[in-house]
Design a protein around this ligand. Structure first.
Ligand SMILES: [Zn+2]
Length: 479
């Protein structure tokens, strides 16, 4: 099913600057999309941050140049590109050779490798048949000038988590021991060469990051090593394997990694992703981010194919060592029982919020009895229920309005609409992921009851108004 079509029709999301024709890779959320996005973020916060007793910060999106010199983004957050000498069109070199020569080089391969393949396979511009120039690296960071002197340079952060590394020593002082988990949900910016697939590849995104600072010589995490994860190995085989097998194969070096991979899997299932449509992909060295010594991408299957929604990176001591060196601050710690100071290692789970929302909608958009229904779980759904007066007169509207106010005052998130046919209103709530619709009709005036319709089963129940709150509470929390 066409998600962008649904998104535009129901105001989930739409192109930024739409009246000017939009801008590639920039999207705005509408009222319904915003509610789903907020709910996914809250779900993540409860599951991945609060349940682990981790803390959360919210950092500035603009940071001085030196931060990204230290982090390596200015020299290494690059994509290989290639320009047509005739029409000037620019392509991602890795995507081009994968598509036209069937060679998977990875985005961090040497530019000469791309030139070789393009020459050997006589690859020319698809648009004008012109010859390509030499492959080069294009930096994805957005530079800007701070203040009026033009001398102070800053950048929009290409990766939200840098603020967490910069705040580490301040946050460590409040707890004084490892492991220390610090989270952040915030915007990041990348000048993508070819933004595409709506919220999947964008130039401005929100990342939900958890960075766990730990002592590599100490294992504080207890995990059930018999539990299995669905893994796509880099040799192409797919298998469900136990944590123990992954550890025996030295693919997992520390239980901080096993514990968080299992938690990631459980969280996605609880969010509403389908069990047979989640996998962890072992990422080859040439495709890993430059700071990572080990990566398992979480991928979910959608109508666009498998899409990465989370990078699970073992960043080692790369970040704190570099920031320590560039800032001339001591970012190492001295833990109780340890003889010497050491630089903590970092394990990271970094999730794209827009991607997660897009893929969750994709996996849950379905047809029930010939009608489009978005089957979002409670907690993710934009509204707990909808309240519809059958008609907007004869006292029915008054009962419905009162019910609407009463439910809202008890904390329920209610969609109230009194215009249009009930059929059209049902169609709307079905499509935006509101599972329960409550209709107030003429009988309600006599029997003090309403119809509760479940869009997943299309079953309708007659419920006394006085029992409605308990019923909704049960449906929301006791599943
Ligand atoms: Zn061309």
């Amino acid at each position: 099913m066409d998600i962008v079509n649904l998104a535009l029709r129901r105001n989930l999301f739409f192109p930024s600057a739409e009246i000017y024709g939009g801008a590639a890779g920039l999207w705005d959320y509408g009222p319904i999309g915003l509610k789903i996005v907020d709910n996914v973020r809250t779900f993540w916060r409860k599951y991945a941050v609060e349940n682990n007793n981790y803390t959360e910060i919210s950092g500035s999106c603009i940071l001085p140049k030196i931060v990204f010199e230290a982090s390596g983004h200015l020299s290494s957050l690059n994509d290989p590109i290639i320009k047509c000498t005739k029409c000037g069109s620019v392509e991602r070199a890795d995507k081009l050779v994968a598509k036209l020569a069937g060679t998977e080089l990875g985005e961090s391969a040497d530019t000469k490798e791309f030139d070789k393949i393009i020459a050997n396979k006589k690859i020319v511009c698809e648009k004008c048949k012109g010859k390509f120039g030499k492959a080069e690296k294009f930096n994805l960071m957005f530079p800007l000038s701070l203040g009026a002197t033009g001398k102070e340079l800053g950048y929009l952060r290409g990766e939200a988590c840098q603020n967490i590394f910069l705040a580490f020593s301040r946050m460590y002082k409040t707890k004084n021991c490892l492991p220390l988990g610090i989270a952040q949900a915030g915007r990041a910016f990348r000048n993508e060469i070819a933004p595409r697939n709506a919220l999947i590849r964008v130039r401005e995104m929100e990342q939900m990051d958890v960075e766990i600072f730990f002592n590599p010589k100490k294992d504080d995490y207890k995990v059930d090593e018999k539990r299995k994860l669905p893994i796509l190995f880099k040799n192409g085989t797919f298998k469900e394997v136990t944590i123990k097998e992954l550890k025996d194969k030295k693919l997992i070096l520390h239980n901080v990694i096993s514990a968080h991979l299992l938690q990631e899997y459980d969280m996605l299932l609880a969010m509403g992703f389908k069990k047979d449509k989640i996998r962890f992909r072992e990422v080859d060295e040439n495709d890993r981010a430059f700071y990572s010594a080990f990566t398992f991408d979480t991928e979910v299957e959608t109508s666009l194919g498998w899409v990465e929604i989370t990078a699970n990176n073992y960043r080692t001591d790369h970040d704190l060592s570099r920031h320590g060196k560039f800032s001339k601050q001591n970012l190492s710690v001295k833990e109780e029982g340890e003889e010497k100071e050491f630089t903590p290692h970092i394990y990271e789970t970094s999730k794209g919020l827009g991607r997660t929302v897009y893929c969750l909608i994709d996996q849950n958009l379905t047809e029930i009895n010939g009608k489009v229904v978005l089957t979002l779980n409670p907690g993710i759904s934009p509204y707990d229920c909808a309240v519809y007066p059958l008609v907007n007169k004869d006292g029915i509207d008054g009962v419905a309005e009162e019910l609407n106010k009463d439910l809202k005052s008890c904390g329920f998130n209610v969609l109230y609409e009194d215009k249009g046919s009930v059929g059209k209103r049902y169609a709307k709530s079905d499509e935006i992921g509101v599972r329960y619709a409550i209709t107030v009709d003429y009988d309600s005036l006599k029997d003090k009851a309403v119809t509760l319709r479940d869009s997943w089963t299309t079953k309708q129940d007659r419920i006394k108004i006085k029992d409605l709150k308990d019923k909704l509470f049960e449906l929301k929390y006791k599943q």
